[in-house]
Design a protein around this ligand. Structure first.
Ligand SMILES: Cc1cc2nc3c(=O)[nH]c(=O)nc-3n(C[C@H](O)[C@H](O)[C@H](O)COP(=O)(O)OP(=O)(O)OC[C@H]3O[C@@H](n4cnc5c(N)ncnc54)[C@H](O)[C@@H]3O)c2cc1C
Length: 465
């Protein structure tokens, strides 16, 4: 795994634009490059492709889209960029945040209008960090649905995907121009494919335990819930090529993965007034600051778990997610018709749990302020039937990566100068989260995947012109 300095070597096969990875980023890049007349080859380790995209909730935030306008929602990418920066405490790149926010408006309209992506705006709850309804999801809020649509579009456009092909090395010349990609096939054979421009769409390093421990030790012992094949190759190659990386300790966590069932619970269980309690029956955080930072709070509780407790209204809103329905089917979400039943199911100390619920209902009724600073809004009280699920915190994907400019060009270390023909997006590029997990804006993963992917594809095609 590295860089082969092969100068002007001739390859057996050459393709103008090569894209490594067939998730949301790689498919967006390939479609965009293809639209600009470039021949494209996607190289993907899996057969069939899945990636973190297919494991995800499939929701893309964007502000000012046609779908929002049709739903009567007034929103601007500039407002969204401000919220992204606020969430990241102004410790991310403001220029990229604005470019991605503006680009996401274009990307969502583009995916819907040009490729028939079955997206709709979610209007029945607000994700943390969103002041407007701006999450665009597939009918079942399911990333597999999103990826199926993108892969269908790729196939319809006649773009080649080489599956069961792991990119192991890049060929590059002495000035850092990428000239090709070495791939390994399942039978151990190797092939070298030349290219005029390369898009790294192979996500981050969540699937590489050594890199996670090196860069993000606080989450290294937690469950990794993303795609195992994302092994940090973009960072490894980039560093060797002299690229800049940033925010390597940053990640998107998730505080509500049902354990031991391993399915993630829809966040409306929290946004609609649900809480989390630890093994002592006590709350321990402002649960709705963000699902990302809640992961580490849950992991730090005794036994590394918590119980999420919510009411029927919250459950009904969360049921729009295929993963929530899955959690019901596998028995992860339990229903308690009374407080005594809730205490029995959860095996939590009944007195402490009763105090916690009474306290939350006092806050909900406006009789007191929350000690953790959470504003519950006008949500319904926590009363029977109670819904309860035992959860743990997990690493969903890493947010550190290659530093790119607003055109998704990978920048050289210590300069603002791009490498000659290398592009990156999605989890391969530095995200919008800043240095840690708390800066993650809901949905930033697929926003950077689709938008930086699209921009990378456009840029890669332009390099050839
Ligand atoms: C459970 C879960 C839920 C999520 N929900 C959401 C959500 O609702 N909204 C949101 O915005 N984000 C969500 N995310 C984050 C989101 O899934 C990712 O940010 C996004 O999918 C990244 O897209 P990508 O194309 O960069 O990576 P991926 O979809 O992971 O694609 C990368 C591809 O590269 C391939 N690959 C890697 N290395 C190589 C190599 N060397 N050679 C060949 N192929 C290679 C992989 O096999 C993979 O197919 C969620 C994540 C998880 C885990």
């Amino acid at each position: 795994m590295g860089i082969i300095r092969s100068g002007s070597r001739l390859f057996d096969l050459s393709v103008p634009v090569v894209v490594i990875g067939a998730g949301a980023c790689g498919c967006s890049a390939a479609l965009a490059a293809n639209e600009r007349g470039a021949d494209v080859l996607i190289i993907e380790r899996d057969d069939p492709p899945s990636g973190s995209t297919s494991l995800s909730g499939g929701q893309i935030p964007a502000a000012g889209t046609k779908l929002q306008k049709a739903a009567g929602i007034e929103d601007t990418p500039e407002d969204f960029a401000t919220e992204i920066l606020e969430k990241a405490r102004h410790q991310t790149d403001a220029e990229i945040a604005l470019a991605v926010s503006r680009g996401s408006t274009v990307s969502v309209d583009w995916l819907v209008d040009t490729y028939g992506a079955p997206l709709e705006v979610l209007t029945d709850f607000f994700y943390p960090g969103h002041r407007k309804h701006r999450m665009h999801g597939t009918p079942n809020r399911d990333g597999a649905e999103l990826l199926a649509c993108l892969l269908e579009a790729v196939s319809r456009e006649g773009i080649d995907i080489l599956t069961a092909a792991v990119a192991t090395d890049l060929h590059a010349d002495e000035v850092g121009k990428v000239t090709g990609v070495r791939i390994r096939r399942p039978d151990g054979s190797r092939e070298d494919v030349g290219c005029g421009a390369l898009v790294l769409a192979c996500n981050g390093f969540g699937g590489n335990p050594v890199m996670v421990r090196e860069y993000i030790p606080e989450i290294a012992d937690a469950l990794y819930f993303g795609h195992a094949g994302n092994r940090g190759d973009a960072v490894t190659w980039g560093l060797e090529l002299g690229a800049e990386v940033a925010d390597m300790g940053s990640y998107q966590g998730h505080g509500a993965v049902a354990t031991p069932h391993n399915t993630h619970i829809g966040w409306p269980s929290i946004t609609e007034g649900g809480i989390m309690v630890n093994a002592h029956g006590r709350r321990f955080s402002h649960e709705n600051r963000g699902y990302s930072e809640q992961a580490i709070d849950v992991i730090r509780q005794p036994g590394n778990f918590a119980w999420t407790i919510f009411n029927a209204t919250a459950h009904d809103v969360a049921l729009q997610f295929s993963h929530q329905r899955e959690a019901v089917e596998v028995g992860a979400i339990r229903v308690a018709e009374s407080f005594d039943r809730l205490a029995a199911i959860t095996e939590l100390p009944a007195n402490a749990l009763a105090e916690t619920l009474a306290d939350v209902n006092d806050i909900l009724a406006g009789r007191k302020a929350d000690a953790f600073g959470r504003d519950f809004g006008d949500k319904a009280p926590l009363e029977p039937p109670y819904y309860a699920v035992r959860v743990t915190g997990a690493l969903f994907h890493t947010q550190g990566g290659l530093v790119v400019d607003p055109e998704a060009r990978v920048l050289r270390r210590g300069t603002r100068q791009p490498l000659p023909n290398l592009f990156a997006g999605g989890g391969a590029a530095r995200g919008l989260t800043g240095p840690s997990c708390w800066g993650y804006t809901s949905g930033a993963g697929l926003m950077t995947a689709t938008t930086l992917g699209r921009l990378a594809g456009e840029g890669a095609a332009a390099v050839l012109a």
